[in-house]
Design a protein around this ligand. Structure first.
Ligand code: PLP
Length: 458
């Protein structure tokens, strides 16, 4: 055992090795020194557990792997060939070129984020963006925060702290990532009053729960599940009528922030913020990086007095939106104002891609791969807590994996570990790649990655 310990090199011996010196030059002496110490500590533990001492070459190879893995630039670009347009694990919505340009400009230098250039006085970071949001949704007032989860939390805290909030039993749901409506309500300081049943809730259920301590009625869009069959829930219009009679504000969590009518693309209706505003909801909440196609953000629109109450709540500062997201959001909203969303916003380009386009791209890929794949019809999905169960017809590239040890799993693994990584879809022992979610400028890189994964380098 002691024999084994003695065969481990000292820190200085490792550090002076040419290969480790290269790491010192690329990163820093201190960072690499810590890595070496950790590596030697680990080796010592392994040896005391009975393992063979590693050779110095093995040690150094391990250090280089670790440095390359921990200190590479992150997040790495990934090609999304899954056909899931809003893939939460892949960062939800990719931004338009205009939006990324705006982020870069806002990030590189100073900006008039909170400055009124006309007067030279302090301005509000909300002024510009809320004008755009109001123009697009028809709302009286708007406030933009860090994400939709914080928008809902903030809205409830500002409007209903210490009061009761009425929610349909079928809507007291988990949105995902542990975001549960009952928990959010508790955190906001409001008390949840559930009414109706899981599948059916009527206006009269809400009405019978209203009392002098009612702070709001909250309606939550079922964005990640579908209730089918014997169901009923009042629409926002009916709730607004009820709320008006009792002077109770209606809060509407829409989830996706979809500003275009999805029925144009053969999809089911996804509630539009502008419809919620028109119906008279007191506050509506929606996300910036779902079907809106922008950066992570939470958008609150509605009645001026209520939005003002929300903006003054102390939590508003805690969930403030960052300037880079603000820049990206402003540029994304401009695409809607210029009526060019389906040409410029990647998410909408993907939704709007035509059958012919997709078929042509899939065949183009197949031809470029010289017969190591075939084309078939299939389905893409929206994903990301928007339009659950809804699909779009697409054309898929199915890779020829015969003769590869490990089959589909192995090919998918090689694609994932390639440069750039490619995420495909495995179905019935096949690897499928959907052109719908692959940006056109990624085609060449995708084909190279596929050739490599199939065992051909050219
Ligand atoms: C996605 C979603 C949220 C959370 O939005 P984030 O922007 O991800 O924080 C809240 N409510 C509903 C209904 C959602 O679909």
């Amino acid at each position: 055992m002691t024999e084994n310990f003695r065969s481990l090199p000292g820190v200085d011996r490792v550090l002076s090795d040419q290969r480790v010196q290269e790491l010192v030059e690329r990163y820093s002496r201190q960072a690499v020194l810590d890595l070496v110490r950790d590596g030697l500590d680990r080796a010592r533990q392994e040896v005391s557990g009975g393992a063979e001492a590693p050779t110095i070459d093995e040690l150094i190879e391990g250090l280089r792997d670790q440095a390359g893995c921990h200190w590479r630039s992150w997040p790495r670009p990934v090609i999304n060939a899954t056909g899931v347009i809003l893939h939460t694990n892949l960062g939800r919505a990719p931004l338009s070129r205009e939006a990324t340009g705006a982020v870069q400009r806002a990030a590189t230098g100073y900006s008039d984020l909170e400055l009124d250039l006309d007067t030279g006085r302090r301005g509000s970071r909300q002024a510009h963006i809320s004008r755009l949001v109001c123009q697009l949704t028809g709302a009286e007032a708007a406030l933009v925060v860090n994400n939709n989860a914080s928008a809902v939390l903030l809205g409830l805290a500002a409007v209903a702290q210490g009061k009761e909030v009425i929610v349909s039993r079928g809507q007291a749901v988990e949105i995902g990532g542990g975001f549960r409506i009952p928990d959010v309500l508790r955190q906001s300081g409001a008390t949840l009053v559930e009414v109706g049943t899981t599948n059916r809730t009527y206006v009269r259920d809400y009405e019978s729960a209203i009392n002098e301590n009612t702070g709001a009625i909250l309606s939550v869009h079922a964005s990640n599940f579908r209730v089918t069959g014997f169901t009923h829930s009042p629409d926002i219009q009916e709730l607004v009528e009820l709320g008006t009679r009792y002077a109770v504000p209606i809060l509407h969590d829409l989830g996706s922030g979809c500003l275009l009518d999805t029925r144009r693309f053969g999809l089911t209706y996804e509630p539009l913020p502008q419809d919620s505003v028109k119906a008279g909801a007191g506050l509506s909440f929606f996300s910036g990086d779902k079907l809106l196609g922008g950066p992570q953000a939470g958008i609150i629109v509605g009645d001026e007095t209520l939005v003002d109450t929300v903006a003054r709540h102390p939590l508003a500062r805690a969930v403030r939106i960052d300037k880079l997201s603000m820049a990206a959001l402003a540029a994304t909203l401009m695409h809607y104002i210029k009526e060019e969303a389906t040409e410029k916003i990647p998410v909408w380009r993907m939704v709007a891609a035509t059958d012919q386009d997709l078929e042509a791209r899939a065949h183009g890929w197949r031809d470029a791969l010289g017969g190591r794949a075939s084309v078939e019809q299939g389905l893409s999905t929206i994903g990301g807590g928007s339009l659950p169960g809804e699909t779009l017809r697409t054309w898929l590239l199915s890779l020829e994996i015969d003769g590869i040890d490990g089959g589909a799993d192995e090919v998918a693994r090689r694609l994932r570990l390639g440069e750039p990584p490619v995420m495909g879809r495995i179905e019935e022992e096949r690897v499928l790649l959907d052109p719908r979610t692959v940006l056109p400028e990624e085609d060449e890189a995708l084909l190279q990655a596929v050739r490599k994964a199939l065992g051909r380098d050219s």
